[in-house]
Design a binder for this molecule. Structure first.
Ligand code: PEP
Ligand code: MN
Length: 354
């Protein structure tokens, strides 16, 4: 990867390209976070990096190999992480955000009730699935675009930004103008056409780790998004497959401090899909926060018996409220703070239970 200087303009871009043409090096242009890069894709690849680094306008030449170079470059020089904001919610750089809501968008009334209650408890964003990704084709597949519109309307009414999953590149254009952030689910972590299409929106992307992905594969999936010029990525650990089955998936708590030392992207944890049992959600969530997570993604439902999706892990709203309180206490221990929702809209707050 041939990185131009951040201040290189069009003339330098053309002159570097002309120099590369002369050396018969075939490149593709990529727009990075703060600059243009040329990725060598073919031609004469025998030129040493230090020769290419001398082309006027070039800042440096980075051998890409198979590493997540762009993702690792997000870590600040003193090891500080970045903040990714989704509307009023912030994750990373000392900010911790709670994302909460039902597994799937079903009844608008239930959604509104959940939205108001999690906001009251301190959630910074709402969650809900419209395009569900289910292991079995016989399971409920979600309400589609109509459910997404419902979620967007409730989120607006409640005054919170929202996260929802897209699982097909064709959905992106269809619904992205109604969304605040794109969730990429575990099973689609390596759906590369989806990653590229989602990245091109420039919108924040919550990228879940596949249940069988190692860290390298996960970070390389994030690398696809950064390579497309979008660095608004939040990583989400949601449990992996291991030898044991006493929980639905094994929450990899160790990966949180590990990633904090290696990358600057916020790391959020989903204890719900890891636990698969609502009674295990709060302890796992507390462990994640204590280990340095920049946020939590939690499934909450007041009447799990009325949902077609993940009823067993839905946390009752009262338990979510206690969890939020625990999170505040834990954060006070290491000088971080919960990114609480902004005050108001008071009309909808007052309308709780009306
Ligand atoms: C979800 O968050 O709704 C979900 C399906 O999770 P995962 O992709 O982690 O299984
Ligand atoms: Mn779910």
């Amino acid at each position: 990867m041939i990185l131009l200087r951040p201040d290189a303009g069009l003339p330098e871009r053309s002159s570097v390209r002309a120099a590369l043409d002369e050396l018969q090096i075939v490149v593709e242009e990529a727009r990075l976070v703060d600059r243009i890069a040329f990725l060598v894709t073919g031609g004469d690849t025998s030129w040493p990096a230090d020769s290419l680094a001398r082309i006027p306008g070039v800042d440096k030449v980075v051998p890409l190999g198979h590493d997540a170079t762009l993702v690792e470059a997000t870590l600040g020089q003193n090891g500080q992480g970045r903040t990714v904001s989704v509307g009023t919610a912030s994750f990373g750089g000392g900010q911790v955000g709670l994302i909460a809501g039902p597994c799937t968008v079903e009844s608008p009334d239930a959604l509104l009730q959940i939205g108001r209650s999690v906001r009251e408890s301190g959630a910074a964003a709402l969650r809900g699935g419209a395009f569900k990704v289910r292991t079995s084709p016989h399971s409920y597949q979600g309400g589609g675009p109509a459910a997404l519109s419902e979620l967007a309307a409730v989120a607006r009414e409640v005054g919170l930004p929202f996260f929802t999953e897209l699982n097909d590149p064709r959905q992106v254009e269809q619904v992205v103008d109604r969304m605040d952030a794109i969730q990429i689910g575990a099973r689609h972590m390596q759906n590369f056409p989806l990653l590229k299409e989602a990245a091109a929106t420039g919108m924040p992307i919550l990228l879940k780790r596949h249940m069988a992905a190692d860290v390298k594969e996960w970070l390389l999936a994030a690398e696809y998004i950064l390579q497309a010029g979008n660095d608004q990525v939040i990583l989400c650990e949601r449990g992996i497959k291991t030898a044991d089955h006493h929980v639905r998936f094994m929450l990899d708590v160790g990966v949180i401090p590990y990633l904090k030392r290696r990358v600057g992207l916020p790391v959020v944890v989903d204890p719900s899909h890891a636990a698969g049992d609502w009674r295990l959600v709060a302890p796992l969530a507390r462990a994640a926060i204590a280990a340095g997570a920049d946020g939590l993604l939690v499934e909450v439902h007041p009447r799990p018996e009325t949902t077609r999706c993940d009823a067993s892990q839905a946390l009752p709203p009262g338990d979510f409220d206690s969890l939020a309180q625990d999170v505040r206490h834990l954060l006070a221990l290491d000088g971080r703070e919960l990114c609480e929702p902004l005050a108001g809209p008071s009309s909808s707050r007052n309308a709780v239970g009306a």
